[in-house]
Structures are given as C-alpha cells and as structure tokens.
Design a binder for this molecule. Structure first.
Ligand SMILES: NC(=O)c1ccc[n+]([C@@H]2O[C@H](COP(=O)([O-])OP(=O)(O)OC[C@H]3O[C@@H](n4cnc5c(N)ncnc54)[C@H](OP(=O)(O)O)[C@@H]3O)[C@@H](O)[C@H]2O)c1
Length: 267
C-alpha cells in the first residue's frame, strides 16, 4: 500500500530528502505533499520535483500517513502541532527532523497518543550512504517509517539519549573526513604534486582504504602492522602523527560537537 508523506517546511533538508526518496523510487511524487510558509519555495519544489505544494495544508495533513516536520527549532512548533492535531488522523506518524527538540517536547505539544519519530538525517542523502540516527516514542515502531527513512540513506535506531552523540559524531562525520582529505591533499602539494595529482591520489586512497577495511574485515591496527615494516617509511610517518595531537584533537573535536548539540537543544 502506498503511503502519503506530507512535509511541513520545504527547506534545504526537506528538499534533500524529497530528492533522494524520488531518485530511489521509495515514494511516488504523487504521494508527496509539501507546505512551506514561503510561496516561492512551494512553487520551486512543485516545479522541480512534481510534488504537490501549497501554503494551505489542512487537506494534505488529513491525507498524510507520515508527517515530516522540517522546520528550524526556533520556528513556531506550537502552531504546527495544533495544525497536525486539528487535521491529521491520530495514527499518522509524525517524523521530526528538527534539531534539538526532544520526543518529550513533541509529546507535550502533540499529546502522548500519537507515534512520533525523531530523526537526525545525515547529509549524504544524495549518495545513499551515511546513517541517519532515529529514536522512536512508545507508540512508534520501525515498520511504520523504515521504508521511508531508507530512501535517504542507512538507518540506525538508537535510544534518544544517544541522539546528540549521533549528531556530533555520526551526522557531523563527513565534515571530519572532508577536513582530513583537505589536509592530506595539502600534504601532497607540499611534497611536490600538483593540486590535481594530490587530489586524485587522496580520493583513491580514502575510497580504497574503506574498501580494504570492509572486504578484509581487519581493523586499522592490523593493516597498519602489515603496511609498516621495521624501521620503514610508514612507522616514521606514524611516529610523527603520534607525537602530534592528531588522535586526541580529533576526539576532542567530536566531543565539542556533541556538547554543542546538547547546548543548542537547551537554548
Ligand atoms: N540542512 C542540513 O544539513 C540539516 C541536517 C540535519 C538536520 N537538519 C535540521 O533540519 C531542520 C530544517 O533545516 P533546514 O536546513 O532544512 O532549514 P531551512 O532550509 O531553513 O528550512 C526550513 C523551512 O521551513 C519554513 N518554515 C518555517 N516555519 C514554518 C511553518 N510553520 N510551516 C511551514 N514552513 C515553515 C522556513 O521558512 P522561513 O525561512 O521563512 O522560516 C524554511 O523555508 C532543522 O531543525 C535543522 O537543524 C538540517
């Protein structure tokens, strides 16, 4: 049976999700409706993706099986919740991608009699890779939303207490990798390669290293032992990295991102 998905808020993240679920044929465009407060945004989404949009959403809410709240934490969640409660059926599942707003807060806004799912979407939606972090309230279950969530990446169900960590570690994860790749490409330029040569080598090595870890089933330490011969090139490079703040700096960065996520949620 096809499910109808309604998006409240048609911003960057809602658009990325819509693009991915349409590309992956997870949902038909005729089953997607969007209501943004900005008329131009609605026109853009309907023209670009063929989905139905309108600033007036009562009929869309009534028809929806899944309602995605895709607005900013500072937006008027109270009015949005009233609209949901007024127009939608009680078994429609509310999926929130609003950063920092807890299931408890949504239960206070929507009442406790409705399935609510809190999702921290990953930012790799166009690749099909990357985990979204998902927490369910007591009335929600995986079967209600799994097909939809898998339309924009992989899905990891976690206790809500891990959601901030998921944001700072998992969803912010590509940023650490981008920064590592940039730093390593700079090292190649420093060592005499053109930017293009350095870039090609780094991308191939990063993709190959991930492939190697996945296909061999070995841990990085085991592959490092294989690659680093006694007194050789690799162990000299590792010694230099060990003398720097590399690992601890990265770990502090992740913890700072987790703490900042929590602080934003408390504001
Ligand atoms: N972008 C990302 O990579 C990313 C990743 C993970 C999670 N998130 C989370 O996803 C949420 C949305 O982020 P975003 O980047 O997509 O934000 P965004 O581009 O600002 O989109 C939000 C949209 O919703 C509209 N809106 C506000 N109140 C509304 C209402 N009552 N009814 C209908 N539409 C309304 C906004 O209009 P106005 O501009 O006029 O307010 C805006 O067009 C945030 O909580 C964010 O933290 C984003």
């Amino acid at each position: 049976m096809t499910k109808r998905i309604h998006f409240i808020g048609g911003g960057q993240m809602s658009e990325a999700i819509i693009r991915a679920v349409l590309t992956n044929n997870t949902v038909n465009k005729s089953d997607i409706t969007v209501s943004d407060v900005i008329a131009e945004r609605n026109s853009y989404l309907s023209e670009t993706y063929g989905v139905t949009t309108s600033e007036l959403q009562s009929a869309m809410l009534s028809a929806a099986d899944i309602i995605v709240i895709g607005v900013r934490p500072q937006d008027d969640l109270e009015t949005i919740s009233k609209a949901i409660n007024t127009h939608s059926t009680v078994d429609a599942v509310v999926v929130s991608i609003v950063a920092g707003v807890t299931l408890k807060k949504f239960e206070a806004l929507l009442g406790e009699g409705r399935p609510i799912v809190r999702v921290i979407p990953n930012t790799l939606t166009d690749t099909g890779l990357g985990y979204s972090g998902v927490a369910l309230n007591h009335l929600a279950n995986q079967e209600q939303v799994d097909f939809f969530l898998r339309g924009f990446g992989k899905v990891m169900y976690v206790d809500e207490q891990l959601i901030d960590s998921f944001t700072g570690f998992g969803v912010a994860g590509p940023n650490y990798v981008y920064y590592f790749i940039e730093s390593l490409a700079d090292a190649g330029v420093l060592a005499g390669f053109s930017r293009k040569q350095a870039w090609d080598i780094v991308l191939e090595n990063v993709a190959g290293a991930v492939e190697m870890l996945q296909t061999s089933g070995k841990y990085p330490r085991q592959l490092l032992d294989i690659n680093n011969s006694a007194g050789g090139v690799g162990i000299h490079a590792l010694h230099e990295l060990n003398s720097s703040d590399f690992a601890a700096g990265l770990q502090r960065a992740v913890l700072a991102a987790v703490q900042r996520t929590t602080a934003l949620g408390d504001e």
